[in-house]
Design a protein around this ligand. Structure first.
Ligand SMILES: NC(=O)C1=CN([C@@H]2O[C@H](COP(=O)(O)OP(=O)(O)OC[C@H]3O[C@@H](n4cnc5c(N)ncnc54)[C@H](O)[C@@H]3O)[C@@H](O)[C@H]2O)C=CC1
Ligand SMILES: O=C(O)C1=N[C@H](C(=O)O)C[C@H](O)C1
Length: 266
């Protein structure tokens, strides 16, 4: 079988670099090209911080999709460009594996409809770390018995979106099993705006941003006389590569949009 040819958008980013190393190490994957905000016309191997791979860099995404033969786009950029790249990839018959977070519900629905129309797989995974996927599943299970829950997510201070994609996905999974419930005292007030965090169906989400952090989340449940905390920590970005690799492998057999890595795990 021939190698899977992959285009990576955002190669010089924290996740992009890690993805290039993963592709370089995987014998059945081949880096076909990269889409970057600079370095157009050069090769990946010419960029000091990137692995020794001879693959062209494009600044214009559409030219890249027109000129390069590939099956998969891995997008690790920003919410604005990730969405544009995903749409365009589908128009050019590429299957997008999207790690970029911060898409709106409307954008997700639009991409879902587009994937169905084109009969092309799309994987949008708010978190590619297996431990984080398990943490979300355990939280969903616990929420059946503990409807009072607050989510605390902690990330590095370069993160653009808040709350994190993982926190939103966790709350969505919990919503599937929990009746909407306003938490805390019915008459509580905030002397400082935001003190109680973001409100999703009465659940509270708190976002912390500090240098030194990578990606961490605690889902804290409270009940009579007890609390339960489910916690996950990504201590480096290699933790996300198992899920990225699995997604690239599985996407070739998909013809719909899949939102969340849990849908690919047996
Ligand atoms: N799903 C998951 O498991 C994970 C998702 N993420 C998400 O992945 C995204 C990237 O995260 P990081 O690598 O930490 O961010 P980063 O800021 O280190 O990297 C983003 C890269 O995208 C590039 N970029 C921006 N606009 C571009 C464009 N139009 N064309 C090409 N490149 C462009 C930037 O130059 C930068 O190098 C974020 O949305 C983040 O939330 C991050 C970690 C894990
Ligand atoms: O920006 C990050 O770093 C991460 N983003 C994803 C998110 O928003 O949940 C996944 C992980 O938490 C790291």
């Amino acid at each position: 079988m021939s190698n899977t040819k992959i285009i990576v958008a955002g190669p010089r980013g924290k996740m992009g670099k890690e993805a290039l190393h993963m592709i370089h190490q995987e014998p059945s994957f081949e880096l076909a090209a990269c889409v970057d905000r600079k370095n157009g016309g050069t090769s990946v191997k010419d960029i000091e911080e990137l692995p020794e791979i001879d693959a062209p860099i494009y600044e214009d995404v559409e030219t890249c999709f027109q000129e390069v033969e590939a099956q998969v786009l891995i997008d690790l950029t920003t919410p604005e460009f990730g969405y544009k790249h995903t749409k365009l990839a589908l128009q050019y018959g590429l299957r997008p594996v999207v790690g970029t977070t911060g898409f709106t519900t409307e954008q997700l629905s639009e991409l879902e409809a587009m994937a169905e129309e084109k009969q092309l797989g799309v994987i949008i995974a708010p978190n590619f770390a297996i431990g984080a996927v398990l943490m979300m599943q355990f939280a969903k299970w616990a929420a059946k018995y503990f409807p009072d829950v607050e989510i605390i997510e902690k990330h590095h201070d370069q993160k653009l979106d808040a709350p994190s994609g993982t926190a939103v996905k966790t709350a969505q999974l919990i919503e599937e099993v929990r009746e909407p419930k306003q938490q805390g005292h019915p008459e509580e007030t905030e002397a400082l705006t935001g003190a109680r965090g973001a409100d999703m169906d009465g659940m509270r989400i708190h976002s912390m941003r500090l240098p030194g952090l990578v990606a961490h989340q605690e889902v804290v449940f409270g009940s009579t006389g007890e609390t339960l905390t489910i916690k996950h920590d990504s201590i480096n970005r290699e933790s996300f590569m198992t899920g990225v690799k699995l997604s690239v492998e599985k996407i070739l057999t998909l013809d719909v949009l899949v939102y969340g890595l849990e849908n690919l795990l047996e």
